[in-house]
Design a protein around this ligand. Sequence first.
Ligand SMILES: NC(=O)c1ccc[n+]([C@@H]2O[C@H](COP(=O)([O-])OP(=O)(O)OC[C@H]3O[C@@H](n4cnc5c(N)ncnc54)[C@H](O)[C@@H]3O)[C@@H](O)[C@H]2O)c1
Ligand SMILES: CC(C)CCC[C@@H](C)[C@H]1CC[C@H]2[C@@H]3[C@H](O)C=C4C[C@@H](O)CC[C@]4(C)[C@H]3CC[C@]12C
Length: 380
Amino acid sequence: MTAGSGQVYVVTGGCGFLGSHLVRMLLEHEKNISEIRVFDLHLDESLRSLSNNRVRVRLISGDISHLDDVREALHGSHLVIHTASLVDVWGRVPASKINEVNVTGTENVLQACKEEGVQYLVYTSSMEVVGPNIHGDHFYRGNEETEYRIYHKEPYPLSKAKAEKLVLEANGTKMKGGKMLYTCSLRPTGIYGEGHELMKKFHRQGLRTGRCMFRAIPPAIEHGRVYVGNVAWMHLLAARQLQIHPSTLGGQVYFCYDSSPYKSYEDFNMEFLSACGFKMIGSRPLVPYFLLYLLALLNTLLQWVLHRFFIYAPILNPYTLAVASTTFTVQTDKAEKHFGYRPLYAWEEAKKRTITWIKSLEVREKDLKDVGAKGNYCCN
Ligand SMILES: NC(=O)c1ccc[n+]([C@@H]2O[C@H](COP(=O)([O-])OP(=O)(O)OC[C@H]3O[C@@H](n4cnc5c(N)ncnc54)[C@H](O)[C@@H]3O)[C@@H](O)[C@H]2O)c1
Ligand SMILES: CC(C)CCC[C@@H](C)[C@H]1CC[C@H]2[C@@H]3[C@H](O)C=C4C[C@@H](O)CC[C@]4(C)[C@H]3CC[C@]12C
């Protein structure tokens, strides 16, 4: 196929952690496209060089909360994968901003689809539209049909739930020219893999404590994790099959799953960190839960006191503690049944790739230190 004769996909948030994996996945595995429009607030110029003689990667700088930007990006396209979002459970960003990007942004994508006659939309949702809830109810190996007390209070899960509802309600909308809009929603659990910012943080923190990690969460608490390459693969398949079987996929939600083991958040991280010489201290939490909860509350208080001066947003707060302390794992085959999804990367491969990436971070940090040391030497 020559450039120009295939489909045009728009990936919102295409420069983010998941988005950039998705762009690479589309380039490698989707043969029907001739252009990928990477729409993002902050552009990653390195993606431009991924263009080849079959597919053009076009970087578009824009704000999802501005309808004009979105409309322009979607003009003449066939399908949108909407991953752009503000992912914040730490209070770095005001709730109004989260709402503006995650909810108004999604409204804009839907509006632009209708105005520009773009028939297909795959939305990146989150497990958090379901839970964990603040009551600490466990969701053990649940699926899309499992009943659960859904209760949203925090801005991020609230915004993802509102946006997902809008996306699903828009399925089947008649557009100009009699065309129909088809939408579906994918709900990843905690995504991991190359480029995962939070893993970088834990890694850096562990280096500071002599490669020791201190257990805070009971090992019996299971937390669902899914490899970024498999999340990207699932998006690709959903996008492809939504066009072929719109009545099957349209209006549906799918958890993102793969063969990653069910473990606590900390033990799962250790699957990679132990390969880099890190050790987990304690077979049980070293600090009792009530103390951890008090620390989390103290962090909230400090955040409030300091907010006039700077943004204090530590990893631990009552919400992140609740999420990490509540089992939330999925076990489902809905995506396999509806659109033939099977993980592209086996656990061993996902693990190998993630470890290689973490090791590369160490090399980079060492290089930076060496340059710093040389710099100091020169100056002295
Ligand atoms: N990381 C996870 O564990 C996880 C789990 C479940 C679901 N998700 C969902 O997956 C998606 C991608 O998450 P991620 O972890 O890659 O996050 P990310 O922050 O790395 O990527 C989000 C991208 O959206 C862009 N963006 C933010 N505001 C924008 C705006 N106003 N206009 C245009 N672009 C904007 C950012 O610049 C970024 O590149 C999100 O929708 C998130 O809710 C993430
Ligand atoms: C108590 C501390 C020692 C550990 C704190 C870990 C905590 C920061 C982690 C645990 C679980 C993580 C969330 C989970 O993986 C899933 C998602 C959904 C996604 O849509 C956004 C990110 C989020 C909320 C992760 C954020 C970090 C959490 C809470």
